[in-house]
Design a protein around this ligand. Structure first.
Ligand code: FPP
Length: 253
């Protein structure tokens, strides 16, 4: 038997399965800053650089979809300056990265309760979505003012309105119809969730969509996350046997 070949560029085996959708909980910015005696917002600034590295790496690895958890509905409860800093950082990053997203064929979408965001951020989210709508490369799904439970509630409300209007009956509601009312129904469910920062929890992240996702928790703090960590997570993902509730079959991956 011949040795498995390795892709020399990314260190992944040639027969490695690339997940169709990688979703990342970008955790550990605050600890990274505190360890250095810096303000927490400095950690978020470094976290932005890590996000850029990972977007580039996903493009190079041919990962079709990347979701990044940038601001949760719970994050409003943080101290005012941190909230303002984070919202401002997301807005600035999008303004500064718009050209690079267009040039690199990245299609940008934002998921979350947009109506509750400041108008200037709403406008840039709309602008980046419109300007990248025809791009064919990586889909970057940025979760802003996002909550998994809120997303499920919003889908339930939309369906309830359709029932009330007489457009559908309650019996029409199945998993497929429900999923069609989530924020980004065109995306495949995540295959791989990566949580840097070491915490073993899901923090209200894509609760419906991750029903069968593989979770990889890594001790590295998000600002220190590099392409090498992404590759390590994909290698770990390749060791998992995914069964989707079925019994293992010899050729089951
Ligand atoms: C969690 O770390 C991180 C966040 C709440 C914000 C993440 C946002 C970014 C990195 C901005 C990225 C922007 C773009 C446009 C991609 P934490 O503060 O909870 O860290 P801790 O657990 O160490 O306190």
């Amino acid at each position: 038997m011949s040795e498995p070949t390795t892709n020399l560029i990314n260190g992944l085996p040639a027969d490695c399965k690339i997940p169709a959708h990688v979703a990342i909980i970008m955790d550990g910015n605050g600890r990274w800053a505190e360890q250095r005696g810096l303000n927490r917002i400095e950690g978020h600034f470094e976290g932005r650089k890590a996000a850029r590295r990972v977007v580039e790496a996903c493009g190079e690895l041919g990962i079709p979809v990347l979701s990044l958890y940038a601001f949760s509905v719970q994050n409003w409860q943080r101290p005012g300056p941190e909230v303002e800093g984070l919202i401002g950082l997301i807005e600035t990053a999008l303004r500064e990265e718009l050209d690079a997203l267009v040039t690199n064929d990245v299609r940008f979408i934002a998921s979350g309760r947009r109506a509750e965001l400041p108008e200037s951020l709403r406008r840039i989210l709309d602008e980046v979505e419109e300007d990248t709508a025809d791009n064919q490369g990586l889909i970057l799904n940025l979760l802003v003012n996002y909550g998994g439970r809120t997303e499920i509630i919003d889908a339930a409300r939309a369906l309830a309105q359709e029932v009330a209007a007489g457009d559908i009956s309650p019996a029409d509601i199945d998993e497929q119809l429900f999923a069609e009312h989530l924020y980004a129904p065109e995306l495949p469910d995540p295959d791989l969730i990566i949580r840097p920062g070491g915490e073993m929890r899901l923090s209200n992240f894509l609760l419906w969509e991750i029903a069968y996702a593989e979770l990889v928790v890594m001790p590295v703090l998000w600002p220190d996350f590099t392409a090498a960590h992404l590759i390590a997570a994909i290698k770990e993902y390749n060791t998992r046997q995914r069964r989707f509730g079925r019994v293992p079959a010899s050729d089951d991956q």
